[in-house]
Design a binder for this molecule. Structure first.
Ligand SMILES: CC(C)(COP(=O)(O)OP(=O)(O)OC[C@H]1O[C@@H](n2cnc3c(N)ncnc32)[C@H](O)[C@@H]1O)[C@@H](O)C(=O)NCCC(=O)NCCS
Ligand SMILES: Nc1ncnc2c1ncn2[C@@H]1O[C@H](COP(=O)(O)OP(=O)(O)OP(=O)(O)O)[C@@H](O)[C@H]1O
Length: 207
């Protein structure tokens, strides 16, 4: 098994990269998706959050009020730390379960937005970081996701810097052009770093 840690700041292009890696044959584990699943009603993530933050972070229908919790944690490092302490161990356990279920021959990619912040870079064979200009990421969050610029910048400030991520990465994919350019860079990375480490296809013995 080859293990790849995929990371990058919010709205940098991680999901675009992970979709391409799936097309190329990787098995992708998505930490954000695991976190969301654990926050469904009845799941331990939601129960832990309500214990920590009280019922004010629930909608009248009993679901997690993501906007309310986001407003609470992205402006307050201590509240964020409390949220992380509830959610991250659960996400980590579920990711480990999924990783164990992937076959021995898998190229396993874990897409973890907070890979560097949570000190996980050492547990992968290769750390792949997507990096995009901050102004472009803010523009995407504001125009495509309807955030205010203040909220977008608060999220960026809640994460490691590009320099901190680059310092522990084996590869930085720079996403500063059209999407196709990013996809081409993913393909080039795969050819250089993954293909040489794949088991060669079984060939018949010829005598
Ligand atoms: C606070 C919450 C409810 C806000 O939900 P919302 O739907 O607005 O955002 P979403 O979950 O889609 O996350 C979007 C992005 O925000 C960033 N982000 C999320 N949580 C955090 C955090 N604790 N610290 C820094 N950045 C974060 C990541 O880049 C993530 O990709 C949610 O982000 C959450 O539960 N976060 C804690 C879990 C977590 O740390 N997830 C990220 C990696 S596992
Ligand atoms: N090079 C690019 N040119 C134009 N749009 C792009 C480019 N790269 C990504 N995008 C768009 O920017 C948005 C963010 O990209 P993506 O979802 O891949 O990032 P992400 O890092 O997974 O984001 P998040 O951390 O919020 O989950 C998407 O709408 C995507 O289509």
């Amino acid at each position: 098994m080859l293990t790849i840690g995929l990371t990058g700041g919010i709205a940098s292009g991680k999901s675009t990269v992970s979709r391409r890696l799936t097309e190329l044959g990787a098995t992708v584990i998505d930490a954000d998706a695991i976190a969301r699943a654990l926050q469904e009603p009845g799941q331990p993530g939601l129960e832990g959050i309500v214990e920590e933050f009280g019922p004010a972070v629930l909608t009248p229908g009993g679901r997690l009020d993501r906007a309310a919790l986001g407003a609470l944690v992205f402006g307050d490092p201590q509240a964020r730390q409390r949220l992380n302490a509830v959610v991250h161990p659960l996400v980590r356990a579920e990711a480990e379960r999924l990783a164990a279920a992937a076959g021995e021959d898998a190229v396993l990619v874990e897409d973890i937005p907070l890979l560097v912040e949570t000190g996980q870079h050492g547990r992968f064979d290769h750390v792949l970081t997507v990096q995009a200009p901050v102004a472009e990421r803010v523009r995407r969050m504001v125009e495509d996701r309807g955030m205010t610029e203040t909220d977008a910048r608060a999220r960026i400030a809640a994460q490691a810097t590009d320099e901190e991520r680059a310092a522990v990465s084996d590869t930085v994919l720079v996403n500063d052009g059209p999407v196709q350019q990013l996809l081409d860079r993913v393909d080039a990375w795969w050819e250089r770093h993954v293909e040489p480490r794949l088991p060669s296809p079984a060939r018949p013995d010829r005598l």
